[in-house]
Write a protein that binds this ligand. Structure first.
Ligand SMILES: [Zn+2]
Length: 281
């Protein structure tokens, strides 16, 4: 499933193709993904200059000069392909949307499981639209601070791991990066969220920013090879310290695997949590 760093990478990959360009055609090969495609999409979006691309949580937002925004969510298995102006492209299975631009480039949305979402809103609806109204701050934004986190988690009886996955608390951290950030901060995933205090809160905020920033940088380096790749954006190899490493040695930790049994896996709210019982107290 694409997490925030992948979505950010896809957004950055689309920037040079889309900004300043105009849509010429929108071809849809089915009526819906998780929700129906917007009605009359081509009529609504064609011939209007794209002024910017941004990201909110795991939504890519394509801003048009007239104030409209095309929101793209990759769901569980959404992929975006760029076809340069001079290239021919044969439609693949699960290519549900093909956007053709004035310069001849194409952007293709492919999604085997179809949990993705594509919809149009106006830029004055970004705070109030039902997809965005409940969302907490961006983990890499200025509003996500240790004082914010302590205040928000005060009196919360859930575990810190579950709290980090709550999109009202902070958006886009996701299961993988919650595990990695808690490991890096040396905080037990089972700690009561309301007990997060003082330096630990500051450290956790820093570690969340750090794991996400490093993953975005890894994604960015895949974009450099983009010209040699198959035009597909957003999926890249990660190396994790604890995630998906049950019973293996934790990366960057000096614990003795013979004594700890390596990285432990527990289930919290139906999601696997990976952690080091020595480092994370
Ligand atoms: Zn360890």
């Amino acid at each position: 499933m694409p997490e925030l760093p992948e979505v950010e990478t896809v957004m950055r990959g689309l920037l040079p193709v889309m900004v300043g360009n105009k849509i010429r055609t929108v071809k849809l090969h089915r009526k819906d993904l998780r929700i129906p495609f917007p009605l009359k999409m081509q009529e609504k979006l064609k011939n209007i200059e794209i002024t910017a691309l941004t990201r909110r949580a795991k939504y890519i937002l394509v801003h048009f000069k007239d104030g409209k925004i095309l929101a793209i969510h990759l769901g569980m298995s959404g992929r975006v392909l760029i076809v340069p102006p001079e290239d021919k492209y044969d439609l693949q299975k699960h290519d549900h949307m093909v956007i053709g631009f004035h310069d001849g480039a194409k952007v293709i949305y492919n999604d085997p499981r179809r949990f993705g979402m594509i919809f149009i809103l106006n830029d004055d609806e970004l705070e109030t639209h039902k997809a965005f109204a409940h969302l907490g701050p961006e983990p890499l934004g200025n509003n996500f601070s240790s004082s914010y986190l302590k205040e928000t988690l005060k009196n919360k009886k859930t575990s810190i791991k579950q709290a980090l996955l709550d999109q009202r608390v902070v958006v886009g951290v996701g299961n993988i990066y919650a595990c990695e950030a808690l490991f890096m901060a040396g905080i037990s995933p089972e700690m009561i969220a309301g007990d997060l205090k003082g330096k630990k809160a500051q450290l956790l905020v820093e570690c969340i920013r750090d794991v996400l920033t490093r993953a975005i940088e890894a994604g960015g380096s895949t974009l450099k090879d983009f010209a040699h790749a198959d035009g597909e954006l957003g999926y890249f190899q990660h190396s994790f310290s604890v995630y998906n490493r049950e019973k293996q040695a934790c990366q960057g930790c000096n614990c003795d695997i013979d004594k700890t049994g390596g990285v432990q896996r527990i289930t919290q709210s139906g999601r696997s949590t990976f952690y080091c019982p020595k480092k994370q107290k």
